[in-house]
Design a protein around this ligand. Sequence first.
Ligand SMILES: Cc1cc2nc3c(=O)[nH]c(=O)nc-3n(C[C@H](O)[C@H](O)[C@H](O)COP(=O)(O)OP(=O)(O)OC[C@H]3O[C@@H](n4cnc5c(N)ncnc54)[C@H](O)[C@@H]3O)c2cc1C
Ligand SMILES: NC(=O)c1ccc[n+]([C@@H]2O[C@H](COP(=O)([O-])OP(=O)(O)OC[C@H]3O[C@@H](n4cnc5c(N)ncnc54)[C@H](O)[C@@H]3O)[C@@H](O)[C@H]2O)c1
Length: 479
Amino acid sequence: MKQLDVAVIGGGTAGLAAYRAAKEQNQSVAIIEGGPFGTTCARVGCMPSKLLIAAAENAHQYEKSAAFGVNLGRPAIDGQAVMKRVRDERDRFVGFVLESVDGIPAEDKIQGFAKFIDANTLQVGEQTIAAKRIVIATGSRPAWPAPWQSLGDRLVVNDDIFDWHDLPESVAVFGPGVIGLELGQSLHRLGVKVHMFGIGGQVGPLTDPSVMAYAKETFASEFYLDPDAKVDNIRREGEHVVLDFVDLEGKAQTIRVDYLVAATGRQPNVDNIGLENITIELDAKGVPVADPYTMQTSVPHIFIAGDSSNQIPLLHEAADQGKIAGTNAAQFPDIRAGLRRTPISAVFSDPQIAMVGETHRQITERLGPCGCFETGEVSFENQGRSRVMLVNKGVLKLYGENGTGRFLGAEMIGPNAEHLAHLLAWAHQNQMTIAQMLDMPFYHPVIEEGVRTALRDLNAKLHLGPAMTQMCLECGPGC
Ligand SMILES: Cc1cc2nc3c(=O)[nH]c(=O)nc-3n(C[C@H](O)[C@H](O)[C@H](O)COP(=O)(O)OP(=O)(O)OC[C@H]3O[C@@H](n4cnc5c(N)ncnc54)[C@H](O)[C@@H]3O)c2cc1C
Ligand SMILES: NC(=O)c1ccc[n+]([C@@H]2O[C@H](COP(=O)([O-])OP(=O)(O)OC[C@H]3O[C@@H](n4cnc5c(N)ncnc54)[C@H](O)[C@@H]3O)[C@@H](O)[C@H]2O)c1
């Protein structure tokens, strides 16, 4: 039986961060990986999705050029070349991860799927491992309704798309969430006919109803999107998927597509690791409950990190949580609260969607009943630089606390949202007030001037600054 101080289950971003952090404490540590090393982010997540988006953005920019008087005609899209670049660059990114995994001593790497036998013992194939402390970092996997299984290889998820050698003619994307919007819009802009269906009206990760309504209208003006769809029958016919649905006008429709893309959410990989063999507190979804500052579960020597914790399934969170879990597993029982940064998320659609700090839903639940917060806003439709660049679509909402004037959070859809979100996240983490944010420099003409307009609107609504005049003339045109 192999004896360890710390066993890390899962060799993705969170697991690698946990391994490194535990190893720094001079402990005997091993990382157990059931699949290939390389991480979800590099293999089938962040990186290949951004590569597909980059191709789509180029095609779109080309098409848009006529509006500037630059006539380039319709772009010719070579699906095979598009997918080859996605795969080649993806493989390069995976290669970088594998290089760093190669640097881990062979005796610290164990290949195979781990299962708990008891709270200190893991089974990995034929091998039994005794560990004083354990970090669960098993990631997540795509989830979809069971009946779709009958579609066979015509049912695809993100993993499959990034291995395509050509683009199909048509797809039905289920789930207008983060993955659905990024992949669905990209495929549409690369010439694939896209129908997108959701349930319950949700679009992206947004919680502010007015920003979500703007997002729905914007995407629905580009491709077929029904976020609250009534799809009656989905079946395979030969090499196609056939769907019967009621369209947005209430008419019965039947479409035939090459693939059904399931982007209906992800499930933490904790249902198959033998948790039934230990006494551990689970939430309603069967995920071990963990303190977000220490990543400690209800079993004091077991920690959890990354997507498997189901807390915030994003790359930078997986890295932070892994580091916290690994450090605490190594130092146990002397555990410490780790650094938790301001929440920030971005959807790389066009326009981009971004959220910072507390969400509108969280703020409304916490401060709504006492009327203790206000909302400042700006539309990007008439914002100077956005119009110049022809990216003048979107709306930004900022939330601030009455009395203190503290900046609470933001939700937006709009140009450069990924960058605006960073600006706002840095201000939020520094616990700035709206007045302090307005004291910061703003260049002209830039999209960031839209943020200043929303800040002024919010400061006025908080009764901490002058009322907004129609336009801020001293700021330059179109601010
Ligand atoms: C299409 C897509 C796009 C994304 N884009 C972004 C983005 O732009 N920005 C962003 O921040 N996030 C993005 N994400 C999310 C991000 O990829 C994840 O949050 C992150 O990769 C999670 O890391 P992890 O270490 O928790 O999981 P993983 O990297 O999945 O690692 C878990 C590892 O555990 C292994 N494992 C599972 N069970 C066992 C077991 N029993 N024994 C041993 N090993 C096991 C798995 O094989 C896997 O290698 C995206 C995700 C997807 C799917
Ligand atoms: N840019 C990024 O940072 C990025 C990109 C991709 C993924 N991610 C991460 O991956 C996670 C998972 O992404 P996701 O898009 O799979 O999940 P998600 O939760 O964002 O979206 C799933 C969507 O599917 C809908 N849905 C569920 N069941 C459905 C059904 N039967 N029919 C139609 N619609 C259905 C939901 O209402 C929701 O809108 C995200 O939460 C995010 O953390 C991040």
